[in-house]
Design a protein around this ligand. Sequence first.
Ligand code: AMP
Length: 217
Amino acid sequence: MIVVLLGPPGSGKGTQAKRLVSERGWPQLSTGDMLRSAIAQGTPVGIEAKGFMDRGALVPDEVVVKLIADRTRASDCSAGFILDGFPRTIAQAQALDEMLVLRQLKVNCAIQFEIGDDLVVRRLSGRRTCVACGSMYHLETLKPAHADVCDQCGASLIQRDDDRTDVVSKRLSVYHHQTAPLVDYYRRAEKLTVLNAGQSPAAVTEGLSVALSSWVT
Ligand code: AMP
């Protein structure tokens, strides 16, 4: 099954995608994680992407489409995958559809994580991420046992540069202008389910599970 998770930064897509990985075994394909890893490794893609990411802008479509086209060829994607943070523009969605048609596949469903901007800002400004394993924490709602130390691997927790308040506003504006039109794109294709992402993570997991069951073909 091929599932698109659609929603603004901070809507909980990444958290829920990780839960789906452990429950259903489909890999989570996060273009944000792939780009951060490319930056950490200093690859040409990382060098190109960094400037866009630091200012909260989107990385060019052709760069992320190629990342996804390559990644989805891996054998662990054969039973399906979860797209987290891709597509983010209509052009990316069209490129994805074209790529899948050539492989006799299709997107089965798109789940929209619906949430207000004020809650997103609160969530992202308190978010802390492990430099080593990527585990997420929150200063108010999901504190690590020891301040600034990852419970999972003991490495340091940092605030991502693009989780600073000024960059978050820019990312939200980019979401509303460039990514939100995908809601209509998938609604017209009759593949959309809207989920209230302002609920507790457990309630969102439950809603997501119900939504996915209704799309199983
Ligand atoms: P994320 O971790 O999904 O919030 O992504 C962090 C940043 O990576 C975004 O603000 C963009 O700069 C870039 N990025 C991630 N996915 C995409 C995408 N599908 N298209 C363009 N840029 C992306």
